[in-house]
Design a protein around this ligand. Structure first.
Ligand SMILES: Cc1cc2nc3c(=O)[nH]c(=O)nc-3n(C[C@H](O)[C@H](O)[C@H](O)COP(=O)(O)OP(=O)(O)OC[C@H]3O[C@@H](n4cnc5c(N)ncnc54)[C@H](O)[C@@H]3O)c2cc1C
Length: 381
C-alpha cells in the first residue's frame, strides 16, 4: 500500500458496493483496503461518502464504515478506559500477560493462525475475518489477555487504530460484547482458501466444545512447527531527523500535522509535522508503518518535528495562530489542546449521538433513525 493520494483514489475507484456486500467475509472478497488511509486521516469519512454517491445506508459497506465511527464514538466517550476491560471478563479464566512465542513467530502449527501472523508481518494488513480468528485463538484457546495481544497487533498494522483495534479485541474477548467470539475449522474452510484450512486440528470441533474451552481454564494442546517467521521489531522512534528549532521560530501561522491527519490541504503558513515520542514509546510501530506515515508526513508538510511536543510551546511561542485537528491518541490529545489556538474535530459521517451508546446496534439505530433509507438488518459483523 502506497501512502499517496493516487493510491487512495485507485482504492476508492475500485470499490464495488454490491460485490462488497456479497463477498466481504471471504479472505479473497472485494474488500476496500481503505483502512490505512482512514486511520491516518488522508480522507475524512464525509469526503469519502461524497465520493461514493451510490452508497446508501442499506449497503453493507456503509454499515461497516459505521462500525469504525462507533468505535471512535466509544473512545470519545470513554477515553483511556478503552485500554481496560469495558465489562467484566469471563469468570474463572486466568489470562496470561505474555503472548506465546509460537503465536508471535507464526509457528503454532495451525495454518489459519500461522498464515495470519505471516500476512500481518509481510503486509501490515489483515482481512477482518483473519483478525477475528487470530484474536479468538489467542484469547479463548491460548488464554492470552486481550490487551497484550491487541498492543502487539496494533504495532504491526498499517491501519492500527487504538479504538478499532483494542475495542475489537475486547469484542472478541467478551469484555465489550455479551459472548466470546469463537470460530471453528468449518468456518475457516468456508471463508478462506485451502492453504488456511485446519482439518483434524484442535479447532475442528463444535461451537459447544469451543465455548466450554473458552469459559474454562482449559488451554488447547499445541504442536508447534519448527519453521516460523521472525517478528519484525517494533520501533519507538522514526529514522528521520527533526527540524532545527531555528527554522521553526518566527513562524506566524502554524498548522500542526500529526500522524492521524495526513490529508494534503492548502495552508498558507508553516505546515509542521509532529511526532510526539512519548506516545510512540508506549505504542511502538513496525518499520513499514513508520515508512507509510513518515513518507506521507514529509510529502504534506514543510518540516517534521520529532521529540516531545511540550518543547514546541517555547519554540513556537511567537506564533499568532497554531491550528490542528484534534486526536484522541494519548499524549497528542492533551498537548494539542494546550498548544493550539484553533483545534477542530475531524468531521464524522455519523456524529456522536447525544448520549453514549455501549452497543453498535444502539449507535446505528440513533445515527440512522431519521433517514428514509434506514437499514433493516441484524447486527452481525
Ligand atoms: C481483532 C481486530 C483488530 C482490528 N484492528 C483494527 C485497526 O487497528 N484499525 C482498523 O481500522 N480496523 C481494525 N479492525 C476492523 C477491521 O478488521 C478493519 O477495519 C478492516 O479489516 C480493514 O480492511 P478494509 O479497509 O479492507 O475493510 P473493508 O471491509 O473494506 O471496510 C471498509 C472500512 O470500514 C471500516 N470497517 C470495516 N470493518 C470494520 C470493523 N469490523 N470494525 C471497525 N471498522 C471497520 C474500516 O474503516 C474499513 O477500512 C480490527 C478488527 C478486529 C477483529
Amino acid at each position: 500500500m502506497s501512502p499517496t493520494d493516487a493510491a487512495l483514489n485507485d482504492a476508492i475507484a475500485a470499490i464495488n458496493i454490491a460485490g462488497y456486500a456479497k463477498t466481504r467475509n471471504h479472505l479473497e472478497g472485494k474488500v476496500t483496503r481503505l483502512s490505512p488511509y482512514l486511520t491516518h486521516g488522508f480522507i475524512s469519512m464525509p469526503d469519502l461518502f461524497a465520493q461514493l454517491p451510490k452508497l446508501t445506508l442499506n449497503d453493507k459497506l456503509a454499515f461497516e464504515f459505521g462500525w469504525r465511527e462507533f468505535f471512535q464514538h466509544v473512545w470519545h466517550r470513554s477515553g483511556d478506559a478503552i485500554f481496560k476491560d469495558m465489562r467484566p471478563a469471563l469468570p474463572d479464566v486466568h489470562y496470561s500477560t505474555a503472548l506465546p512465542e509460537d503465536i508471535r513467530e507464526g509457528r503454532t502449527g495451525l495454518p489459519v493462525i500461522d498464515r495470519a501472523v505471516y500476512t500481518l508481518y509481510e503486509t501490515g494488513y489483515l482481512h477482518n475475518h483473519a483478525r477475528m480468528w487470530l484474536a479468538s485463538y489467542a484469547v479463548h484457546l491460548r488464554k492470552v489477555h486481550w490487551r497484550v495481544a491487541a498492543d502487539w497487533m496494533y504495532g504491526h498494522l498499517l491501519d492500527g487504530d487504538l479504538a478499532s483495534n483494542h475495542l475489537s479485541w475486547q469484542w472478541v474477548a467478551a469484555t465489550f460484547s455479551s459472548k466470546p467470539y469463537l470460530f471453528n475449522a468449518e468456518n475457516v474452510a468456508k471463508h478462506a482458501g485451502q492453504v488456511w484450512h485446519c482439518p483434524r486440528s484442535v479447532i475442528d470441533t463444535s461451537y459447544e466444545a469451543l465455548e466450554m474451552i473458552a469459559r474454562s481454564q482449559t488451554e488447547v494442546g499445541i504442536a508447534p512447527s519448527l519453521m516460523g517467521i521472525d517478528e519484525p521489531a517494533l520501533i519507538a522512534t522514526p529514522s528521520v531527523s527533526s527540524a532545527e528549532n531555528a527554522v521553526l521560530t518566527g513562524a506566524q501561522r502554524v498548522r500542526l500535522v500529526h500522524p492521524w491527519m495526513l490529508a494534503d490541504d492548502d495552508f498558507d503558513g508553516l505546515r509542521l509535522g509532529v511526532i510526539h515520542l512519548p506516545f510512540h514509546q508506549r505504542f511502538p510501530w513496525s518499520q513499514q508503518r513508520w515508512d507509510f506515515v513518515m513518507q506521507r508526513m514529509q510529502a504534506v508538510t514543510d518540516h517534521v518535528f520529532v521529540g516531545d511536543v511540550k518543547e514546541l510551546r517555547t519554540i513556537l511561542a511567537g506564533a499568532a495562530e497554531i491550528s490542528s485537528v484534534a486526536t484522541l491518541n494519548p499524549g497528542y490529545r492533551e498537548l494539542l489542546t494546550v498548544l493550539c489556538t484553533d483545534l477542530h474535530n475531524l468531521p464524522r459521517q455519523f456524529p456522536d449521538p447525544e448520549t453514549a451508546c455501549r452497543s453498535f446496534s444502539a449507535f446505528w439505530s440513533r445515527c440512522t433513525a431519521k433517514t428514509d433509507d434506514a437499514p433493516r438488518r441484524s447486527w452481525h459483523r
